[in-house]
Structures are given as C-alpha cells and as structure tokens.
Design a binder for this molecule. Structure first.
Ligand code: DAK
Length: 259
C-alpha cells in the first residue's frame, strides 16, 4: 500500500505504521488522517497481523494537528476536521488488536492524543508530551479532554491542559501517561519484543480482553463484570481455548490458530 505521509510495513505478525512527514514533525493534516484511516482498515482486515506499532520518523512522534492547515478553518471546517480525527482515533482504539505507541519524540496536542488512543505507550527517554492547545486559542480536539483525565486523573489532566506545559518522558512515566521509558536506541527493539510477546498469546482472547477493558472503563463495575462474564464464555467456543489448555496439560508448546 502506497502512502505519502505514512509508511506501513509488516514484520511477521506485527504491523508497523510510521508517521513520515518529518519536515513538519509529523503534524497531522487531513491527508495524513485519511491515510491513517486506510492503514487502520488494512490492519484490521489482515488476519496475520496480531499486534500493531505506531511510531514517528525523525525527532517527533507527532507534534500535533497541522497548525498551518487549521489556522484558517471556519467553524464548520474545524468541526469536520475534529470529526475526521476522532473517527480515525476511535477506529484505532476500537480495533480488535493490541496497539502500541512507540513514542520516539514530541507527542504534542494531537500527537499526545494519538498515543492515548493506543493501548500501551512506550516512550523514548527523548519523548516529550503535552496538550498545548490552550496557547493556540483552541481546546484539544482529538479526545485529549476525555482520554487524558482517564489516564492520569482529573487534577493532573486539568493542570496539563490549562497550562499547556510540556513534560518529559520521566514525568510522563511518573504521572502514568506512559508504561515505560527506554533509551532511544532501544525503543523499537523493546516495542517489537513486547508486540511479539502479545502476538504469541491467543489472539481472540487478547481481542476480547481489550474490548472488555475498553468497555469496562466506560461503565459501572456491575455492567463491566457482566460483560467480562460474557466474553469469558465466548472463549470456550474457540479452538485456541482448547489448544491453550490442552497444551498446558500435555506440557507442550501451544500453537494458536486465531480461531
Ligand atoms: N503543525 C504544523 N507544522 C508544525 C507543527 C504543527 N503542529 N509542529 C511543528 N511544525 C513544523 C514547524 O512549523 C517547522 O516548519 P518549517 O518552519 O521548518 O517549515 C518544522 O515543523 C520544525 O519545527 P520547529 O522548527 O518548530 O522545530 P523545533 O525543534 O524548534 O520545535 C516544537 C519543536 C515541537 C517544540 C515546535 O515545533 C512546536 O511547538 N510545534 C507546535 C506544537 C504544538 O503546538 N502542537 C499542538 C498543535 S494543536 C480540533 C482538532 C484537533 C486539535 C484541536 C482541535 N478540533 C477540530 C476541535 C488538535 C490541536 C493540536 O494538536
């Protein structure tokens, strides 16, 4: 698949999407968002891909939505831009595969928001995070006001969003915005190792775990527990549940078929 602003490669069971507009620090313009939309459709459809990595080329993960494109938007265009971005980010968040953000550098505004739409965030020690929108006269528009407080708590999210301050990877780790910080040269190896570990588990179980966690975070605990019971039951209709448990009893390596 050919793209102008991103690359999309397969390495075994892993799909790697790289934002590749380094001259503009991988800022998200509408063309890039549409390319991500197509790439996410392709990732979803490819049954061989069991985990996805999103990263950026150059010194940024994504330095935000493209300010030069946004500058002259009117109300309707601004709304359409927000709808497009949110559609793409929700597609990523709801994809039935684990998504890992390998945050190599600046993750600001829409870039921080893109990382938060992923399931797991691993940061390079060089990464920097922030929601600087208030300094541009706008609110976060790709879910920042919603996902940041869910991740780091309301008070910390309000401080970051109200001040627009940029924090380094160490602080991002301290407040729970990222799972881990690694040396820049180890970032992709660490993230690929993590992706491969996840890809070695039963794919349908991983998918159902993701759905159960995502749904459970949006509802009361009784509804969440009921949903967990539902997906737990569904696992017993899969070949992979039989294989996983039989392999354990027979003390042999398991071989999942994603069925
Ligand atoms: N958009 C467009 N171009 C950008 C950019 C961005 N977000 N960030 C950087 N660039 C461009 C720079 O203009 C520069 O281009 P040239 O001048 O070379 O042509 C090039 O990338 C390199 O940037 P710098 O020269 O500035 O590089 P430095 O290392 O000096 O500084 C920086 C790096 C990341 C600190 C700095 O570039 C910076 O502050 N960038 C802007 C960061 C930012 O404010 N990001 C948040 C964007 S706002 C909504 C939808 C979406 C959103 C909001 C609402 N609705 C529809 C409601 C989302 C908003 C945002 O994400």
């Amino acid at each position: 698949m050919e793209f102008k602003n991103i690359t999309f490669v397969k390495e075994g069971k892993i799909g790697i999407v790289t934002l590749n507009r380094p001259k503009a620090l991988n800022a998200l313009n509408s063309e890039t968002l549409r390319e991500l939309d197509s790439a996410f459709d392709a990732l979803h459809a490819d049954k061989e891909i069991l985990a996805v990595i999103i990263t950026g080329e150059g010194k940024a993960f994504v330095a935000g939505a493209d300010i030069s494109e946004m500058k002259d938007l009117n109300t309707i265009e601004g709304r359409e831009f927000g709808i497009l971005g949110n559609k793409v980010f929700r597609k990523l968040e709801n994809m039935g595969k684990p998504i890992i953000a390998a945050i190599n550098g600046f993750a600001l505004g829409g870039g921080c928001e893109l990382s938060m739409a992923c399931d797991i965030r691993i940061a390079s020690a060089k990464a920097k995070f922030g929601q600087p929108e208030s300094g541009l006269g706008i609110t976060p528009g790709f879910g920042g006001t919603q996902r940041l407080p869910r991740l780091v708590g309301e008070g910390m999210a309000k401080e970051l969003i109200f001040t627009g301050k940029i924090v380094d990877a160490k602080e991002a780790l301290r407040i729970g915005l990222v799972n881990r910080v690694v040396e820049p040269e180890q970032l992709m190896d660490e993230v690929k190792a993590l992706a491969n570990t996840i890809a070695a588990q039963a794919p349908i179980a991983v998918k159902l775990c993701k759905t159960a966690i995502n749904r459970g975070m949006q509802c009361d605990i009784d509804t969440g527990i009921a949903y967990e019971a539902e997906v737990f039951g569904q696992c017993f209709s899969t070949d992979d549940q039989k294989e996983g448990m039989t392999a354990f009893i027979e003390k042999r390596d398991k071989s999942f078929k994603n069925s």
